[in-house]
Design a protein around this ligand. Structure first.
Ligand SMILES: [Zn+2]
Length: 625
């Protein structure tokens, strides 16, 4: 009897316990507070701030997510963000919240590669395991049903996928949340809809679907920036401690001009400590110690309104008219409001000073620090007169200044190599010294070894590159193998293949060799580059900017020998950046139209790439492949 009473008691307790679990009253708390109460961060998720989640480090991010997630009217959130933003983490927190709260509907998380999808899967597993209430639910699911990429939980399935399967994703049923991560890295097939579009279209079929899309932007015709422009374009605004006006903190408002030493050079340790922000409303200077309070009392403000005639603005009660579709929230987030180590105003100022006017570094700074795209914009065509104006007072084969680095680059043709050689100075100016056509590889090597003449002395090329050139790739790799790292194979990437401005990829020398055949297969490192970025540097920033920037501190020059042939100069005028339908991809946007031979243009461009690759400091802020 006693025993059975015990069992009854135990059963009753168990029932009560399980009833508590199921019927636990769910108080309506906001996303931010829910995270603070339920999320534990492991060191792997947040190396500096492991432990209980606190919104302090990421105030603007958590407020943005809350504004979007907790408002049933909102359908699509587009966030153009700096590199370190914790947007992925917050998207994962929302998934855990949906599991814990039993929010119905399936979830899809799309990222640009299968490997990244697995990473995200592991992060989600850890967050689910560390959230007590969610873990109770996940625990009861058989192991087979909770793989890294597919989790079949009660009432919902979570799929994690590399964007390659974005098409298949479109057919998943009953999806109520889609997260699209690293949007600008997603590969798109010709004719296929873009990822945000795919995810949102599916939203039409389910009443309460939300789509969260975010990315570090690339260029202004990239997917994330175009989607940002279509939305509400929210800015995080913080009250100025002097005039109380809500202002958006921007890098352009940083002031470090007072931090110079006696020689008039910037004293970087003072810049680090003493950089201020100038309020763009009252013009007064703000110290960084105000940042915490400013960010805490800040708010997200939409800015994408129709312009209003002045008389309407003055008229009381006249509401501005939104230019975005209802439910489409978009925002931009830069590091000016971050509290991560390395994101102080002084850090930003020092980095900005180092970036200077270098277009490559500026590209990285804009994307990774400010969450802004690099503006493509129109570019005039290079004409013969532009190139002619850059003839220097030196002859072919020579350079007039002490070389810091001599580079040699050869563009691979069907039956020849078209090469160019020149010298970079300490300040990054480039003197093209010579060019030519060689029919044999031996001749190419000899020309690189002969180098350039400075002050009567030969200076051998320090660093040489040769284009992999389509069907001759195997031959190029075989040629380069015994000469590495003096010579490297190079390959330009275009459009969506581009992951970083510069990168290295391992390739088999013989692409057809079977690595499993038990024979040693030679591999070489191939230098990959963003073709577009370096075309801009050559044509726009060096040739078209031309003599105008000779005295400017920021620009970098290019010079050609006085006796340069017109045929050589013409090949530097063959490419033009135009807007329209790209005949290769069918997409509308900016692309390079090529008229006539441009091989010497390519060879000179490759020299710039070799210089960039040999100067690692040029790659500040850029992500590795
Ligand atoms: Zn002010």
């Amino acid at each position: 009897m006693l025993l059975s009473t015990d069992i009854e008691t135990t059963l009753a307790e168990m029932l009560e316990e399980s009833a508590r679990r199921v019927w636990r009253p769910r108080e309506e708390i906001g996303f931010g507070q829910w995270c603070a109460e339920n999320i534990m961060l492991r060191e792997s998720e947040s190396p500096d701030y492991a432990g209980h989640y606190t919104p302090e480090m990421v105030t603007p991010v958590v407020r943005l997510f809350e504004k979007f997630l907790d408002d049933p009217q909102q359908r699509l959130l587009v966030l153009s963000k700096c590199s370190q933003s914790s947007a992925s983490s917050h998207a994962l927190f929302e998934i855990v919240r949906r599991v814990e709260r039993g929010v119905p509907g399936n979830i899809v998380y799309v990222i640009h590669s299968a490997e990244e999808a697995r990473n995200i899967g592991h992060r989600l597993d850890a967050l689910l395991a560390d959230c007590v209430a969610a873990n109770d639910i996940v625990d009861e699911v058989p192991a087979d049903d909770k793989s890294t990429l597919v989790k079949r939980l009660p009432g919902k399935t979570i799929w994690l996928t590399g964007a390659g399967s974005a098409g298949a994703l479109a057919s998943k049923p009953g999806v109520s949340l889609v997260v699209v991560d690293e949007v600008d890295k997603h590969k798109l097939l010709k004719g296929e809809a873009e990822t945000i579009e795919l995810a949102s279209q599916r939203g039409k079929t389910v009443g309460d679907r939300k789509v969260v899309a975010f990315s570090t932007p690339t260029t202004d015709d990239g997917q994330i920036w175009r989607a940002y422009l279509d939305g509400s374009r929210m800015e995080y605004r913080t009250p100025c401690p002097h005039c109380a006006e809500l202002i958006a903190l921007e890098v352009g408002m940083l002031r470090w001009g007072h931090c110079k030493d006696l020689a008039g050079e910037y004293d970087l340790s003072r810049v680090m400590e003493e950089t201020l922000v100038e309020c763009n409303s009252c013009g007064k200077l703000i110290e960084e110690k105000e940042k915490r309070r400013m960010v805490d009392t800040g708010e997200w403000v939409p800015t994408n309104y129709h312009e209003q005639p002045v008389e309407l603005i003055e008229e009381e009660g006249a509401e501005p008219r939104p230019r975005w579709r209802p439910g489409v929230m978009s925002a931009r987030l830069g590091d000016m409001v971050s509290f991560w180590p390395g994101s102080g105003w002084g850090d930003m100022a020092v980095e900005r000073i180092k970036v200077g006017g270098d277009p490559l570094k500026l590209h990285g700074f804009l994307n990774n620090r400010e969450g802004k795209p690099f503006k493509q914009g129109a570019m005039a065509a290079v004409e013969l007169r532009h190139v002619d104006a850059l003839r220097g007072a030196y002859k072919r084969g020579t350079v007039p200044v002490e070389p810091e680095l001599v580079v040699f680059a050869a563009d691979t043709q069907d039956a020849a190599w078209k090469w160019s050689i020149g010298a970079f100075t300490k300040s990054g100016d480039f003197y093209v010294s010579d060019y030519g056509i060689s029919l044999s590889w031996r001749e190419v090597m000899e020309r690189a070894r002969d180098g350039v003449i400075y002050n009567g002395e030969a200076r051998m090329a320090n660093f040489c590159g040769v284009d992999e050139g389509g069907h001759r790739a195997r031959e190029v790799r075989k040629n380069v193998l015994p000469l590495a790292p003096w010579f490297v194979a190079m390959k330009g990437l275009g459009g969506l293949q581009v992951r970083s401005v510069l990168g290295w990829r391992s390739h088999q020398v013989d692409p057809d060799a079977d690595p499993k055949a038990g024979v040693l297969v030679d591999t070489i490192e191939c230098l990959t580059f963003d073709d577009d970025a370096f075309k801009r540097e050559l044509y726009r920033d060096r040739i078209l900017a031309g003599r105008k920037q000779q005295d400017a501190l920021t620009g970098r020059n290019i010079w050609f020998p006085a006796d340069m042939d017109e045929s050589f100069a013409r090949e530097l005028c063959a490419e033009q950046l135009v807007k329209g339908e790209n005949p290769k991809t069918g997409k509308v946007g900016w692309y390079w139209r090529v008229k006539g031979a441009n091989d010497f243009g390519d060879a000179v461009k490759m020299c710039l790439i070799l210089y960039a690759a040999s100067a690692p400091h040029l790659r500040v802020g850029m992500k590795e492949d």
